[in-house]
Write a protein that binds this ligand. Structure first.
Ligand code: NAG
Ligand code: NAG
Ligand code: NAG
Ligand code: NAG
Ligand code: NAG
Ligand code: NAG
Ligand code: NAG
Ligand code: NAG
Ligand code: NAG
Ligand code: NAG
Ligand code: NAG
Ligand code: NAG
Length: 461
């Protein structure tokens, strides 16, 4: 791991000082630099059904049950898996090594149906993986689960990949993966450690070390549902999470580092496409990109719940809600010129419990961004509008504190402490929109704050 000192803080006290490594300590990414330089190319003919039923040396199908134990299974062919389990079959992979070489010539099939994945599980099949090592090169997912009633169970899996779109654990078509004890490294672009895809993937991961180096390679790409527990991870050139559409992500006892765009990027193609939900509990996300916020919302309606959670940013920006989305390459915030068909404002509410947060809120062009502090939370920051007309909201319970670091104008301001003794103004002022229903309790009043500032209605002239 880039940060050699990442410590598995969730391990039992006896082993709490173990410094963990990830698979790139064993196989340096530099050995596979040419693989990792291959850019994902989705410019291929679209065939929107699964074409890859027979392309693997080890195929188990038609409700058969087969076990592979103490074996080395491999292939070097393009557009071919090593193991396919399909049509209601059951496969056990135990104490086994799986080695996958071979390029992908059709990233539509690879992404949506698992073509070229080292292990492909499809059509109501189940695979049990225990004590297994999977390495894939040239651009291949390690494990792919496709279709409703397809489930992969994993205990103790070591994964390495090089090349584009070689996600670690990848589920689509409503497929499910339940994993514990996982170590994964991906060196290419668009290779998330854990990834869901169209229309949904369901991933439940406990106790993992995850590392990615490429652009567009998150620790979690959430489309459907993803719950991570006890995960230590670093996404060197990506957010820790991309979450798209009305997905549901959760992260408990995680310690993650993000290197590009934001800690969490929550985006969609339309603000009306359902509510994206994300829960972070007892977690810490560090954002190393100097300009990136902890939370970024674009083109979506979203709710984020933070409990005992901490963000560390270089930018001092806590959250952005933008009239924007993310570029196809996952390397930049897209504007109207990049994609006029798929861009809209963001509407995000952030609920904070028992957390100390530092950083500013910024809303752009028609977006709304509200934040709610409860249960002894503490916020140091201010709010501002990026451009256009946009709305910000802040609410505080009586046990939470706002340490104001700049003048802030709010659409919604609610405070259970009616004297505002829990707001430290540092001489700055807070304005509120007295016509907004949320502010009715303030009745257009002006209130003096400790530190010299005041709360007052936005003048209507
Ligand atoms: C899964 O079933 C569909 C529909 O029968 C078929 O088109 C597809 O090839 C199957 N996939 C695999 C991997 O067997
Ligand atoms: C699935 O397996 C059953 C036997 O269990 C067989 O009758 C059926 O034809 C198979 N389906 C496909 C699509 O191969
Ligand atoms: C496999 O794909 C690579 C990269 O596209 C190509 O150079 C090679 O010729 C392909 N091999 C076969 C057997 O088609
Ligand atoms: C997994 O297999 C790869 C390729 O054979 C090897 O380099 C690596 O050391 C193995 N990892 C473990 C933990 O044994
Ligand atoms: C996924 O679930 C949806 C909704 O239940 C269903 O319409 C669709 O056929 C499922 N897809 C697959 C590949 O199983
Ligand atoms: C996933 O996490 C969410 C929110 O934390 C929770 O409601 C849900 O029950 C979890 N699902 C599973 C299968 O653990
Ligand atoms: C906001 O979105 C615009 C495009 O609409 C983009 O140019 C700008 O970089 C974005 N800024 C942030 C901080 O998201
Ligand atoms: C602001 O949003 C409006 C739609 O409400 C859009 O037409 C306009 O292009 C956006 N401006 C910028 C600079 O993105
Ligand atoms: C302000 O509160 C209203 C409900 O009174 C809500 O609909 C709106 O989204 C809130 N705006 C912000 C910026 O939180
Ligand atoms: C409020 O925030 C400022 C700026 O970060 C800091 O210097 C100051 O110590 C904080 N005040 C309190 C009471 O925490
Ligand atoms: C903050 O607002 C106050 C009162 O409106 C004003 O006097 C002061 O100049 C403002 N400070 C900054 C830095 O804009
Ligand atoms: C103030 O709130 C009212 C009611 O929600 C709204 O119509 C108006 O546009 C807001 N004013 C500003 C400056 O946003």
């Amino acid at each position: 791991m880039r940060k050699a000192s990442l410590i598995l803080s969730f391990l039992s006290a006896a082993s709490a000082s173990i410094v963990v490594g990830d698979p790139s300590d064993t196989i340096p990414a530099s050995q596979w630099a040419s693989d990792n330089a291959i850019k994902a190319n989705y410019d291929v003919p679209v065939i929107y059904y699964q074409t890859n039923a027979d392309t693997a040396p080890y195929i188990v199908k038609d409700r058969q049950h087969k076990s592979y134990q103490n074996e080395v299974l491999q292939t070097e062919s393009n557009d071919t898996s090593v193991v396919i389990a399909t049509n209601g079959s059951t496969v056990d992979l135990i104490d086994t090594k799986i080695i996958k070489f071979g390029y992908s010539s059709d990233l539509i099939q690879a992404s949506f149906f698992g073509l070229n994945a080292a292990v492909l599980v499809a059509n109501k099949s189940e695979v049990y993986i225990s004590d297994v090592n999977i390495t894939s090169h040239n651009g291949a997912a390690n494990v792919y689960a496709y279709g409703s009633d397809t489930v992969v169970y994993i205990d103790n899996l070591w994964m390495y990949s090089s090349g584009p779109v070689s996600h670690g654990l990848y589920a689509s078509g409503n497929g499910t993966i339940k994993a514990k004890n996982v170590r994964t490294y991906s060196g290419g672009n668009r290779c998330s450690s854990f990834s869901g895809d169209n229309p949904a993937g369901y991933l439940y991961i406990d106790d993992a070390v995850a590392h990615t180096s490429g652009i567009g390679s998150a620790i979690g790409f959430v489309l459907g549902e993803m719950n991570l527990t006890n995960v230590v991870g670093s996404a060197d050139k990506s957010p820790a999470f991309f979450s798209i559409g009305d997905a549901h992500g959760s992260c408990t006892n995680c310690e993650l580092e993000a290197g590009l765009l934001a800690g969490l990027v929550i985006f969609g193609l339309s603000e009306g496409s359902g509510v994206n939900l994300f829960h972070l509990d007892h977690s810490k996300v560090t954002v190393t990109d100097e300009t990136a916020p902890a939370l970024w919302f674009g083109g979506i309606t979203a709710e984020v719940y933070l409990r005992h959670t901490e963000f560390v940013t270089e930018s001092n920006i806590l959250a952005v809600a933008n009239y924007s989305t993310i570029t196809q390459e996952f390397n930049f915030y897209a504007g109207y010129d990049d994609d006029p068909t798929a861009i809209s404002a963001a509407h995000a509410q952030v609920y904070v419990e028992h957390s100390t947060l530092t950083g500013d809120l910024i809303a752009y062009n028609g977006s709304t961004l509200g934040i709610h502090f409860t249960d002894h939370s503490y916020w140091t920051g201010k709010g501002s509008v990026g451009y256009g007309v946009a709305h910000l909201g802040v609410s505080l319970d009586a046990s939470s504190t706002w340490n104001v670091t700049g003048n802030t104008s709010l659409q919604n301001l609610t405070n259970a402490d009616t004297t505002f003794s829990n707001v430290i103004s540092n001489g700055f002022s807070i304005k509120y929109n007295s016509s907004a229903p949320a502010n009715s309790a303030l009745r257009g009043k002006t209130i003096k704050l400790q530190g010299g500032g005041r709360v007052s209605p936005i003048s209507t002239k």
